[in-house]
Write a protein that binds this ligand. Structure first.
Ligand code: WTA
Length: 758
């Protein structure tokens, strides 16, 4: 639909004195700062006219075009609320939007209502330069997904193309038949080839693929695309030699050494399915994952230095292999990288016949390895993630759709340019490290920083030190880091993931980290979605602090009420997705029924994300957190049931209920209510021992921050724990407990409150 924008002839102008004073106080107030309230009208070629009013701050050097574009953008975004992709001009709306141009700081008093509009400079060079361009592409992606995605997929190497008449097929409606999703079926490709050989063959062989920064400052390394390809081939050859075949699982328990992405790419090259387990998981958790996927081998290293601590990873693997052998899952081989910086090989415990040093065998193999061509729907990897029941779910991603989707989301959400230096702080043990440390950036031929250490070692300036050292231009992280004395001049784009970023954290990220000049891509997505689903595109539209903004191409988010009825326009409810997208997971490994039950049965016809969401009057999406029993701690997903089952395995724990509470740094913290076996006294030692049990069974990152002694738990008469009440007690919102009369024992609430600070 064609749109015509008319600027009203006499804008009403007023000086915003408090902002001006503030800005002059900062010593940077060169321009006269005014704000204008400008009525504009939009008329469509076919129907009625709607009018909206925008307030924007104007520097004296703002030109008319800038002003017009900003107005246009906020007007069109306004209309997105009424229809997910067509511009609906029937609705009459009036609104006030405060707009701060990228380059200007965002004031505290502005933060709830303001939008940050892209600067001209940013938009002019952006891949998607305006909201109008986005809308056109978005519309194309929804109206003819087969054509849209085929065009994008054609940018990659396929040994054989998919059937053009069957680019995708899916059924998301569990009431009709089995749920299934397929993209590019029959297309033959290899993701490792596309990440490496394709880049080398097109002349990018000497470009740095990976910059590696060690835990200890001063120690680093790098690999060009050509060198990375050689390393990957050597490992692939070894894997083939020991009999690993297409479809076999390989469990990887490595820290952020370069050997981790190398291993992923080597598995993918031969069609083996990698299952990376975050190297902070305990032996029990690792064993659980080994038992589930029965790998041909486990790849690990002897030890790792995390901050100033040395962790003996090989001991953890030994314990896990012992546990899995007890369940009759025995693994014949364990390839161990000697991580000399943490520990020499000599003290490492060794099982002859099973354990092999990486350095003793891999360098002997040829640096060329034929690619195993696979179907687009052949599995690429498994990644276990927490759900609302105790057993982790093996999320399965396949090759073709995931490849296309991670590559293209990376490119657009970070407005990637070949000169960029990109750093994502995530560990490859999580989905972010799969999609946006490894596959997405390498498919784009990017230079990626891989960091072994933690952001506050040796001090809290480490991150910014790394940004300055490598001249990082795109920095993608969880919104829980602090900034100090470094320049960060190189930064161009910031990205955030893992948890809702509240407006004040957003303002800090924007004003301080990005020095008010970097747009923030607040990317909402999940292990299951493979890639970004709702995310800003830098340069394309105004940003609202705290909102993930609009859907990526091909994604149709819907908000439903508890009956599964889609709600239009401004609303809150459960976030679902209508229709499939290429990066979607295809099943839960070995348990398709759980896949359907968890994700497709709650709201038939839709993929249910497990997240709550609000859509505002302008169509912006605001994620409000999980609505199921999953907690997000520093971007790590932990199921309450997993922590509860670890706690009740303690001999003195009779019952436990775990809830998430807000935490300034971690986003959410784990808060556990624990009922002890009768007669056992509350002691500090017992508290510590309970926490230790969780650390041992799941990993240190899942340790509860608080153990709250509970003589009993608030339950309904049917025995269901009322977590709503526990959440209120945990966050000390005692006036908001609501109706407690339906509890089997209402006085338990008072007892819990009395014990809150014990
Ligand atoms: C949450 C991580 C708000 C959300 C990529 C989701 C977010 C869960 C955001 C998935 C965001 C992720 N804003 N919440 N930008 N990104 N989440 O599977 O609750 O480890 O369901 O994937 O993290 O966590 P997962």
């Amino acid at each position: 639909m064609a749109l015509k924008l008319e600027l009203a002839p006499h804008p009403q102008t007023q000086v915003q004195s408090s902002y001006k004073r503030w800005k002059e106080g900062q010593g940077r107030g060169a321009g006269t700062l005014v704000s204008a309230v400008i009525p504009i009208s939009i008329s469509s070629t076919s129907t009625s006219t709607s009018t909206c009013t925008c307030t924007i701050n104007i520097n004296k050097n703002f030109d008319n075009r800038t002003r017009t574009r900003h107005l246009l953008d906020s007007s069109i975004s306004n209309s997105i609320a009424n229809s997910s992709y067509s511009v609906n001009t029937r609705t009459r709306t009036r609104k006030m939007v405060k707009a701060v141009s990228l380059g200007d700081p965002l004031l505290a008093e502005d933060q709830d209502e303001a939008v940050v509009v892209p600067s001209d400079h940013l938009s002019q060079q952006a891949l998607v330069p305006s909201l109008r361009d986005y809308l056109e592409m978005y519309k194309a992606s929804i109206q003819d997904p087969g054509r849209f995605w085929s065009e994008i997929a054609s940018q990659f190497h396929w040994e054989r193309k998919w059937d053009p008449d069957h680019v995708f097929s899916h059924n998301l409606d569990v009431t009709k038949s089995q749920v299934h999703i397929q993209w590019f079926k029959g297309g033959i490709t290899n993701i490792s080839y596309n990440c490496l050989d394709r880049i080398v063959e097109s002349g990018g062989g000497d470009k740095i693929a990976l910059f590696w920064e060690a835990n200890d400052p001063g120690s680093d390394a790098s690999l060009t695309y050509k060198q990375l390809l050689s390393r990957v081939c050597q490992l692939s050859n070894y894997l083939k030699d020991i009999g690993v075949k297409k479809g076999d699982a390989v469990v990887v328990y490595l820290p952020m050494l370069m050997e981790l992405p190398i291993t992923m790419l080597a598995c993918a090259r031969i069609g083996a399915v990698h299952s990376v387990v975050f190297a902070g998981f305990s032996a029990e958790s690792l064993a659980q994952r080994i038992i589930d996927c029965k790998p041909k081998l486990v790849i690990t290293c002897n030890a790792v230095k995390r901050g100033s601590k040395i962790i003996h990873l090989k001991d953890i693997v030994d314990a896990a292999l012992l546990l899995s052998a007890q369940t009759n899952v025995s693994v014949d081989r364990c390839l161990v990288f000697e991580n000399e910086a943490a520990m020499k090989r000599e003290p490492t415990k060794w099982q002859e016949g099973r354990d092999i040093w990486w350095q003793d065998v891999i360098p002997e193999y040829p640096t060329h390895c034929e690619v195993e061509w696979v179907d687009a729907e052949d599995p690429l990897f498994l990644l276990y993630t927490s759900g609302s029941t105790g057993k982790p779910k093996g999320v399965l991603h396949t090759t073709g759709g995931y490849m296309v989707y991670t590559a293209i989301t990376f490119k657009y959400a970070f407005d990637y340019k070949p000169t960029d230096i990109y750093w994502c702080t995530a560990d490859c043990g999580w989905i972010t490290g799969h999609s946006y440390v490894t596959y997405g950036p390498l498919l784009n031929g990017a230079s990626v920083v891989v960091f072994e250490g933690s952001p506050n070692y040796p001090d809290s300036g480490r991150c910014w030190d790394i940004v300055d050292k490598y001249k990082v231009t795109i920095f993608y992280t969880a919104p829980t880091l602090y900034v100090t004395r470094y320049s960060r001049k190189s930064l161009r784009i910031l990205g955030s993931v893992g948890e809702p970023i509240n407006p004040s954290a957003w303002r800090w990220f924007y004003n301080v980290v990005g020095d008010s000049r970097c747009p923030i891509s607040d990317t909402w997505w999940q292990t299951e979605t493979g890639g970004f689903m709702i995310t800003p595109l830098p340069g394309a539209w105004p940003q609202k602090p705290g909102s993930a903004t609009f859907p990526f191409f091909g994604v149709q988010p819907v908000i439903v009420d508890e009956k599964g009825v889609e709600i239009e326009g401004e609303c809150s409810g459960y976030l679902c997705v209508k229709s499939s997208w290429p990066g979607a997971f295809r099943t839960l490994y070995g348990d398709h029924e759980r896949y359907e039950t968890t994700y497709f049965k709650p709201f038939p016809g839709y993929y249910f994300t497990g997240d709550g969401c609000r859509r505002d009057k302008d169509g912006y999406y605001w994620l409000t957190g999980r609505v199921d029993d999953v907690i997000n701690v520093s971007g790590h997903r932990i199921g309450t049931a997993e922590v509860e089952s670890a706690l009740v395995s303690h001999p003195q724990c009779a019952e436990a209920a775990v809830v998430g509470v807000e935490h300034e740094v971690k986003g959410q913290a784990i808060y556990a209510f624990v009922t002890l076996v009768e007669g056992v006294p509350y002691t500090e030692d017992l508290r510590k021992s309970l926490i230790l049990t969780v650390r041992k069974q799941i990993g240190a990152f899942a340790a509860p921050d608080k153990i709250h002694w509970a003589p009993g738990l608030p339950k309904t008469r049917s025995g269901k724990i009322m977590r709503r009440i526990l959440r209120k007690i945990a966050s000390r919102q005692l006036n908001e407990l609501g109706d407690t009369s339906t509890l089997a024992e209402p006085n338990i609430v008072d007892q819990l409150i009395a014990l809150a600070d014990c």
